[in-house]
Design a protein around this ligand. Structure first.
Ligand code: CP
Ligand code: NVA
Length: 320
């Protein structure tokens, strides 16, 4: 069984906490929920979902708040600075308090070991809402967007350009491989993916018919790609902005580069976007860009994920 499990509880800390079949199940549910947006009320009675932020957020905050509400639950949004965690209360003690009163814990924080510690101490599902290492909720939304446009994901080539060592690159590797895609990461030396993540994605791809590759050249990586995507060159918490911009400038997604992609290629960006840096304004705002569908799909994909996790893990809330 995939995923971190504590007493049968399913968590979503990395993309590969779902098997390929489970990822497809969640994405199918996301499609159904988008089609019948107000028809699903799977949370029986008011059930609270804690949504914790140690870093800023627009889309994740909005989509979890709206999504939990649409499922008939109560979103409890907490910023680190306004909780005792900000003053040093432990992750484990926080989990013990939350698991008795909530159906799930959604957390955006820095190190992956922090969400792992929360999951280890929690009897309700823990969802990674972005760590330094992974952003798996975003990739579900991206895959939903790819499915909507192309009908499926298997066999398509997705090229990600820029910071190949960040959370988006790692989640594209794992999530894309699970979906049977050919994932190419184009990044310069010093910005390449964690070898352990790359290796794991490669193993997954063997089973799904996908593949993974890291390439040093943007043009080669984009050749005949169906999906071209990028992310900010300076993630939250990173410094050395000027150096990063200098190093990553050859990996900008722009019209000239898009000429090399497949006919009918689409452009994704998790947002927020920095026009003129990782992506040119004409491409981000142009006809190939599906970024607003992608941002909306955070809502549908996460509703499906929460519903799936809570139902997999029993009734939600603590079993006395
Ligand atoms: N894409 C994404 O996670 O956006 P936010 O940082 O605004 O939540
Ligand atoms: N890589 C970016 C993603 C923002 C949604 C960051 O971590 O800041």
């Amino acid at each position: 069984e995939q995923g971190t499990t504590v007493s049968g509880t399913r968590h979503f800390l990395r993309d590969d906490d779902l098997s390929p079949a489970e990822q497809a199940e969640v994405l199918d549910l996301a499609t159904a929920m988008k089609k019948d947006r107000y028809g699903y009320r799977p949370f029986e009675g008011p059930q609270t979902v804690a949504v914790l932020f140690d870093k800023p957020s627009t889309r994740t905050r909005i989509s979890f708040a709206v999504g939990v509400g649409e499922l008939g639950g109560l979103p409890l949004i907490l910023d680190a600075g306004s909780s005792q965690m900000g003053r040093g209360e432990s992750i484990e003690d926080t989990a013990r308090v939350l698991e008795r009163q909530t159906s799930a814990i959604v957390w955006r924080t820095s190190g992956q070991e922090r969400v792992e510690a929360m999951a280890a101490a929690s009897s309700v599902p823990v969802v990674n809402a972005l760590t330094d290492e992974f952003h798996p909720c975003q990739i579900l939304a991206d895959l939903q967007t790819v499915r909507e446009h192309f009908g499926s994901t298997a066999g398509l080539t997705l090229t990600y350009l820029g910071d190949g060592a960040n959370n988006m690159a790692h989640s594209y590797l794992l999530g894309g491989a699970l979906a049977g895609m050919h994932v190419r990461i184009a990044a310069p030396a010093g910005y390449r993916p964690d070898p352990a993540v790359l290796r794991k994605a490669g193993e997954i791809a063997v089973g799904t018919g996908g593949s993974v590759a890291v390439l040093p050249d943007a043009g080669t990586a984009v050749a005949d790609a169906d999906v071209v995507t990028t992310d900010t060159w300076v993630s939250m918490g990173q410094d050395g902005k000027e150096q990063r911009i200098a190093d990553l400038t050859p990996f900008q997604v722009n019209a000239e580069l898009m000429d090399r992609a497949a006919r009918g290629a689409i452009v994704l960006h998790c947002l927020p976007a920095y026009r003129g840096l990782e992506i040119s304004a004409d491409v981000l705002d142009g006809p190939q860009s599906l970024v607003w569908d992608q941002a909306e799909n955070r809502l549908h994909a996460q509703k499906a994920l929460l519903h799936w996790l809570v139902s997999q893990s029993g009734k939600g809330g603590r079993t006395p």
